[in-house]
Design a protein around this ligand. Structure first.
Ligand SMILES: [Ca+2]
Ligand SMILES: [Ca+2]
Ligand SMILES: [Ca+2]
Ligand SMILES: [Ca+2]
Length: 326
């Protein structure tokens, strides 16, 4: 209940505050506060110490301790429901069109609070618990990023600010589900997959089910007679699956199968048998069912079950694939 509540609330906050310009991966076992006064109160404005901010250089990993900062702000009113009674460190950044901030917790549970245009806790634009936060539309500008300790905590953390390039076509960002070398025959079996559709592109939104969310792509080359069965769950969102034959031109994807039978948090399953005499170059598309273009709900898990054989004809390097598992 706690996890779901937090995620739900977090995305509600995103929608209210940021117009879904920022997509984040917010996952935590931390319970929601029982005292909501801190979230709704008027107290705690204008207290943030902006006199000694850390100037950000893109691409540099900062390993720091918020215990070196002052503890002036306990609440980010109307923006983040948790009591942030630990000390604050404030970063100042001029960010490019598309960017990503990665926060790694080490000794303590600190959170990131993004202030836009002005260094004032009342200007809270977005906040997140851990991992990375990135933009899926252009949001250049001047930001202050506060690293504050939840529940009085302080300790070491690492943070890096990076520029994201423009989103490429799906063919540039394929995942390979099988742990083999290019050209190997892949034996029957069950292969686990996981990913995060936030940060993916939205290549497929028509022609194969109307799936407006961001979509993540997996490549499967099926030998004649081979059968593939996929089940995938977007943990906190509504999953849709497509199986298509082309990754570079959405208008020619030739949709072989698609499914959206169940709601948020539930698995979707589809299967396909290659009844031709040719190797079929297939792409499993994990998509997000949403009313909003380019929305995403993040983490997903699933399985690709193979009967008969596939062959790995990797069209992208493992290096590129690995970068997707940041
Ligand atoms: Ca604080
Ligand atoms: Ca945290
Ligand atoms: Ca889509
Ligand atoms: Ca669904």
């Amino acid at each position: 209940m706690n996890l779901i509540s937090k995620v739900f609330l977090s995305f509600l906050l995103i929608a209210i505050l940021a117009g879904v310009a920022v997509a984040g991966s917010i996952v935590s076992n931390r319970p929601l506060p029982t005292n909501r006064d801190i979230y709704n109160s008027d107290s705690g404005r204008g207290l943030l110490d902006c006199s000694s901010v850390i100037e950000v250089e893109l691409g540099v990993l900062y390993t720091m301790d918020n215990g070196d900062g002052n503890s002036n702000v306990d609440a980010y009113v109307g923006c983040w429901p948790w009591e942030m009674t630990g000390p604050e460190l404030v970063f100042h950044a001029i960010l490019p069109d598309r960017w990503q901030i990665t926060l790694t917790q080490m000794d303590a549970d600190v959170d990131g609070i993004i202030l836009k245009d002005v260094c004032d806790e009342a200007a809270c634009w977005y906040a997140w618990d851990y991992q990375y936060v990135w933009t899926n539309s252009d949001e250049p500008g001047e930001y202050w990023i506060v690293i504050d300790g939840w529940n009085g905590q302080s300790g070491e953390f690492a943070i890096i600010f990076e520029e994201l390039g423009p989103q490429g076509p799906a063919c540039d960002s394929l995942h390979q589900p099988f742990p083999y070398e290019s050209g190997d025959i892949v034996p029957p079996g069950n292969y686990e997959i996981f990913g995060n559709n936030c940060g993916a592109s939205n290549t497929l939104y028509e022609f194969c089910g109307e799936f407006l969310g961001l979509d993540d792509w997996w490549e499967i080359n099926l030998l004649p007679g081979g059968m593939v069965e996929a089940d995938v769950t977007i943990l906190y969102g509504d999953c849709g699956l497509c199986l298509v034959e082309v990754c570079d031109n959405p208008a020619e994807v030739n949709c072989l199968a698609w499914v959206d039978d169940n709601g948020a948090g539930s698995a979707e399953m589809l299967s396909y048998t290659n009844t031709t005499q040719e190797v079929k170059n297939l792409f499993l598309v994990v998509d997000n069912v949403t009313d909003e273009m380019d929305a995403c709900d993040g983490l997903y898990t699933g399985n690709i079950h193979l009967e008969g054989e596939a062959v790995l004809t990797a069209s992208v390097s493992w290096g590129k694939v690995k970068t997707l598992f940041r």
